[in-house]
Design a protein around this ligand. Sequence first.
Ligand code: PLP
Length: 383
Amino acid sequence: MKFATKVIHAGITPDPSTGAVMTPIYQTSTYVQEAPGKHKGYEYARTQNPTRTVLENNLAALENGTHAICFSSGLAAMDAVLKTLNPGDEILSTNDLYGGSYRLMRRVFEKYGIVSTFIDLGNPATLKAALNENTKLIWAETPTNPMLNVLDIQAICEVVKNIDPLITVCVDNTFASPYLQNPLDLGADVVLHSATKYIGGHSDLVLGALVVKDEARANEFYFLQNAVGAIPGPQDCFLALRGIKTLHLRVERTCQNAERVAETLANHPKVSKVYYPGFEHHAGHAIAKRQMRHFGGMVSFDLVADSFEAAEKVLSGTHLFSLAESLGGVESLIGHPASMTHASIPREQRLKVGLTDSLIRLSIGVEDADDLIDDLKSALEKI
Ligand SMILES: *Cc1c(COP(=O)(O)O)cnc(C)c1O
């Protein structure tokens, strides 16, 4: 099946008990057994839920994996990946990543003796030098948040697997969505999604997923899903399934809009820099062109007036772009990483990767591009 068919049909069949075309919301905590141990494969809803099963089967197909395991949030999914490690194990992570991921590694897992080192994963020499016998997990995110840097997933996997094939490579694929990029095909072992973003797509749920391509890893994550219990509810699984049906259409439109917005900003006198992998001069353009279907719906930009005050004027000056955290919904959002999504990262660390006090991040929605452009132009007038 091609992608547009998979979003509608993969793993989804009409409900066997009623013929309902849409996957029902199985709002139940338990299932009746005919005799002790004699049941239909469902015993207790932390362990299995039919709505969740359909979502997991669908997501596995979208990422060309064999299994998907869903969690109550993207960070709960990441927590499960980190819980496969033992005290003394080390994580090598990209140095430009989602603030919550950084916080989980630094403030939670370091307490249990699992240390993370943050490096430029895009530099093979740096990566090789940083790998050591304790390294058990590589954490990659591409395109990165909010700097829109692009990592070569295949190159990272080759460097790592040549040194030690047992090191796990996990790619946070939230920014690209399964429509634009499939890391398992490029050699990664685990794909993480915050389905809260593009997969759900309507800013109405919080949910996370891991996708893998082998049974041993899947079983490890199913074990943690059940043993820890950070499961999504059936209503959220239903909403994710509903969102997925239009994933390709939404992301397609978002990418077209983002390209137009990025071009407009690049030519604006009050804008100093635009971060968008679709530009030919973007350092990761060639890689993005090879590993992604399009260049994504995220655009970040910096202001000539390099100050928080200037950024504040733009942030409160838009009408269509809502000032909010998150991304990937049908509506356009505007955000200020330094004070919002990335506030948990120390300032010096932020500045090192170009995340200044005036950096503005846009999540482009599926509205009319002309209206979005007019909205940004009038907000920039306020500086
Ligand atoms: C939002 C986000 C997460 C965390 O997901 P939640 O569903 O909010 O827990 C992880 N990675 C990236 C890139 C994100 O944007």
